[in-house]
Design a protein around this ligand. Structure first.
Ligand code: ADP
Ligand code: MG
Length: 312
């Protein structure tokens, strides 16, 4: 029964269950006593004294079990909290280590890239293709490194006033070749004059990660819809795909470090996006159904300028 019991998620419910379970001895004693009096057909002073004793016994037991299970719940909670803090500290150290390593690795990569480019220009045929492949991989490594660096300290640089629909158009332009290659069509439903104060590069990076995931999830013939609207006085971006969707378990893990179901995935994209959007006081929320698709809703604080438009 322990498993079932630990699944009860309210503390009061668990304490109540414990208390109920603790008084079965008193009830059993009471029943035995009743049977005894019924068989002997008498209920004199002794029995009444015993009934009183049983009642006291039950009450004391009820209260003491109640108090001790409350105590136990509190210590379990404290233990859980301690574990979480420790885990967060570990992650922090790990993040710093990764960041410094990523930083160190970046410089030699830049040198490798430069020399590969130099060599490439003097080559023909097969060798030239090999170098192109190597260059593409160096590019990928560089991208992963900059994701790592972003992860440990998202640098929100200079924010500027920008029109979100322009940014969505830019994203579509950038990702169209990739989508076409996979047989996925991109649809947009835009609204002009939705302004936000954001770091352009960071936001672009976050939105590209999310949209790329949507394209990757959609199979051949799938569709990705990007819709821009004002919702709850916030700029609202819906990115919906008709892809493979996610199970409840995956849904809970999306946005956590290194969670990836792809063969060559890094599990960094969504983490970076979450960090960037949260650093800009926005929010991001995933909804998904396996086999149907996924919808990502991103809310960003509206700039004053668009409020005027919305009202006017
Ligand atoms: P990666 O793309 O490298 O795997 P991400 O952090 O970008 O890492 O995504 C993590 C995981 O979240 C993906 O591997 C995928 O399983 C899941 N995911 C994210 N977006 C979607 C989506 N639109 N549809 C289905 N699964 C998704
Ligand atoms: Mg991704």
């Amino acid at each position: 029964m322990r498993k079932k019991f630990m699944q009860l998620n309210s503390i009061l419910l668990r304490v109540g269950m414990n208390m109920l379970m603790s008084i079965w001895t008193s009830i059993a004693m009471f029943i035995f006593l009743l049977i005894h009096s019924w068989v002997n057909r008498r209920l004199d002073k002794d029995e009444i004294e015993l009934i009183r004793a049983i009642l006291w016994f039950g009450m004391i037991q009820l209260l003491s079990i109640g108090a001790s299970s409350f105590w136990m719940e509190f210590s379990l909670e404290r233990e859980e909290m301690r574990r979480k803090i420790k885990y967060a500290e570990h992650l922090n150290t790990l993040g710093e280590l990764a960041a410094s390593m990523a930083h160190e690795v970046r410089n030699p990569l830049t040198v490798i890239k430069g020399f590969l480019q130099m060599v490439q220009s003097g080559l023909e045929g097969k060798n030239r293709r090999y170098i192109a492949l190597a260059l593409a991989e160096v590019d990928r490594a560089e991208r992963i490194i900059s994701d790592y660096l972003n992860l440990s300290r998202p640098q929100i640089g200079n924010t500027e006033l920008m029109d979100l629909s322009g940014m969505v158009q830019q994203i579509v332009l950038l990702l169209k070749p990739m989508a076409t290659k996979q047989g996925v069509r991109l649809y947009t439903e835009l609204r002009n004059e939705i302004y936000v104060h954001m770091d352009r590069n960071q936001l672009l990076q976050a939105l590209i990660h999310v949209t790329k995931n949507a394209i990757e999830a959609a199979d051949d013939g799938g569709r990705v819809y990007i819709k821009l609207a004002i919702q709850e006085e916030k700029a609202c971006l819906h990115i919906r795909d008709t892809g493979k969707g996610m199970s409840q378990e995956h849904l809970e893990r999306v946005g956590t470090l290194f969670f990836s179901t792809k063969e060559v995935g890094t599990g960094l994209g969504t983490v970076v996006s979450f960090r960037i959007i949260e650093a800009m006081n926005g929010s991001i929320h995933y909804e998904s159904e396996p086999g149907v698709g996924t919808e990502v809703v991103i809310l960003l604080p509206l700039a004053q300028e668009s409020m005027l438009v919305a009202e006017g």
